[in-house]
Write a protein that binds this ligand. Sequence first.
Ligand code: C5J
Length: 222
Amino acid sequence: MQIAQALPFPYDFDPKSTALVLIDMQRDFIEPGGFGETLGNDVSLLEAIVPATQRVLAAWRGAGGLVVHTREAHRPDLSDCPPAKRNRGNPTLRIGDEGPMGRILVAGEPGNQIIEALAPVAGEIVIDKPGKGAFHATELHELLRARGITHLLFGGVTTEVCVQTSMREANDRGYDGLLLEDCTESYFPAFKTATVEMVRAQGGIVGWTATGGQLIEALGGA
Ligand code: C5J
């Protein structure tokens, strides 16, 4: 299959060796009262990508493709949260503090769950990651290799932080990655624009970009 309109040039992929990776579509970042808001961000910006991401997820599931969901999540004892991460900046609540949706960025807390609209179903991979990148201190690479995955389609939040970091990590591990432009968002629109452009610059130095609609069209309009 091919996404002919992908940039900087057409993206060839086989759904059998491709995974859709949705980064951190968790309440902590998308709903009021979570980590995103404690950092002073307007979280309503991120909600806007949910319908497009739902359409892609439905089409990808329909095509029988592997889905990976990630959550930025720390152990309850915070042993996997370096002080440099916890102490950075001046948030109203720090990682591990009790917030309106439970402890901030702690595994198992209500705020750490993937939003209802994109909730994982049986058979899908869910990765709890302590870092910004999905490959750092996780089994993701091994799980993907065991399934013969060579191509990754990325969506999720936030574009220039966890999505871009994960895409760069994937690129260095030899995956062909594509960023779904309308299925990713930032609290800073200019950062999203810059990320989309830098991913596909220099002949696709990090990977490709395309829209969810273009992927769905390539899948046969599922
Ligand atoms: C951030 C993320 N922005 N998922 N995490 O801290 O991008």
